[in-house]
Design a protein around this ligand. Structure first.
Ligand code: XIL
Length: 375
């Protein structure tokens, strides 16, 4: 409390909380009746904090809550190919995403673009030609055109793009891969492994200033570290621009191990790229395939708080390697884990269903404050 920065921060919060009390309940007062501090501000510029959002959230009072805590947003779905070009080659539906992006920019938030090339949420037209599987040459041309058009459209508004998402896969039943562990997606199947080169080349040509990311889940897995590192070295060796690795970081209260996450952050740093935590959430169901948690018990919430605190302590320790931490959603009510991989109760985020801070929120806040005063 003697820190002048903290005194000022409290005053600012009070003013903000009063101004927003009528519109954003989660922003105004916590359960103890005190203003809720901004997590992003506590973390500071050393570790920019972001949230995945929907266009509806950015058009509602939630936008104030997002602005209160975050300095970055990413569209949870609204900027995926199935949303931006649902019908046909060269036809785009930018209105919804534009409104969301422009609102974010007005609020002073930066925008991550997610995602250009993925095996999911890509419109069927992309892979079809006269009712048949599209030819390699046509798919390359369509990919270049899609990336060029979309990146150009958002040029200067989107500061970082997930260019390729989830290209590798290890140890998953029913997923076909090549010898390098590359997923046999339509992109890989039809174009070959060089689809990644082509995607990054097209993105950097369209916006040389955007940061270009390879994004994936389970990036701490040793096989994935090896495969992704190899890919990054190859891209760089061929003179193709890649700026960063995105760690989705969909975790549970028990998985993955902190030591594995740390080892992978250190290993990827060897590649001379930045890293971002792009989709963080920590599920209460330890087993992703089961529905074992009917509600958020105090014990589970405490365990989750511990995990979040451990992770943020690690992220802050390695902040020289990290340029953002983004959580996958605003509050527990709206988290995708309530309906993926099945309909079930989940509460994987920092704000609860009423948008009130959870034990995990306060634990991360403490970690952030401690890091600020540490030498
Ligand atoms: C998820 C969204 O959260 C869901 O709403 C949607 O139904 C499916 O996609 N990895 C990614 C994200 O890169 O795009 C996914 O988002 C979650 C896993």
């Amino acid at each position: 409390m003697t820190d002048p920065a903290f005194r000022q921060f409290t005053r600012r919060q009070l003013t903000l909380a009063m101004a927003c009390a009528a519109v954003a309940p989660g922003l105004a007062l916590g359960a103890a009746g005190k203003p809720v501090p901004s997590l992003g501000q506590a973390l500071g510029p050393r570790l920019p904090f972001g949230m995945a959002v929907t266009p509806a959230q950015m058009a509602s009072s939630d936008a104030a809550l997002v602005q209160h805590h975050a300095s970055i947003i990413v569209a949870e779905n609204a900027m995926k190919p199935s949303e931006l070009s649902p019908r046909a080659e060269g036809q785009y539906s930018f209105e919804v995403a534009d409104a969301m992006v422009n609102k974010a920019l007005e609020l002073g938030l930066k925008v991550r673009g997610h995602t250009l090339i993925w095996h999911q949420q890509t419109p069927p037209w992309m892979f079809l030609e006269n009712g048949q599987t599209v030819s390699r040459a046509t798919l390359i041309e369509r990919m270049r055109r899609y990336i060029t058009d979309v990146v150009t459209h958002f040029k200067g508004r989107v500061y970082a793009w997930d260019v390729v998402n989830e290209a590798f896969c290890f140890g998953e039943a029913n997923v076909k891969t090549d010898a390098e562990g590359m997923r046999m997606s339509p992109w890989r199947e039809i174009i070959g492994p060089e689809f990644i080169d082509i995607a990054f080349e097209a993105a950097s040509a369209a916006d040389p200033n955007a940061l270009l990311f390879y994004n994936d889940y389970e990036t701490q897995n040793a096989d994935k570290v090896k495969a992704v590192s190899r890919m990054v070295r190859q891209l760089k060796g061929r003179g193709i621009k890649i700026d960063g690795i995105g760690h989705q970081s969909h975790m549970t209260v028990t998985h993955p191990r902190l030591s594995e996450v740390e080892a992978s952050l250190i290993a990827y740093a060897e590649l001379g790229v930045t890293q971002q935590i792009t989709e963080l959430d920590i599920a209460l169901n330890a087993d992703l395939t089961k529905n074992q948690v009917p509600r958020a018990t105090p014990r589970l919430l405490a365990l989750q708080a511990q995990r979040y605190a451990d992770m943020f302590r690690l992220f802050l320790k390695h902040r020289d390697k990290l340029s953002a931490v983004v959580v996958w959603g605003v509050d527990d009510r709206q988290s995708w884990l309530n309906y993926w991989p099945m309909r079930r109760f989940e509460a994987p985020l920092l704000l609860d269903r009423q948008q009130q801070p959870k034990p995990a929120f306060w634990a991360v806040l403490e970690v952030a404050k401690a890091a600020k005063t540490a030498p």
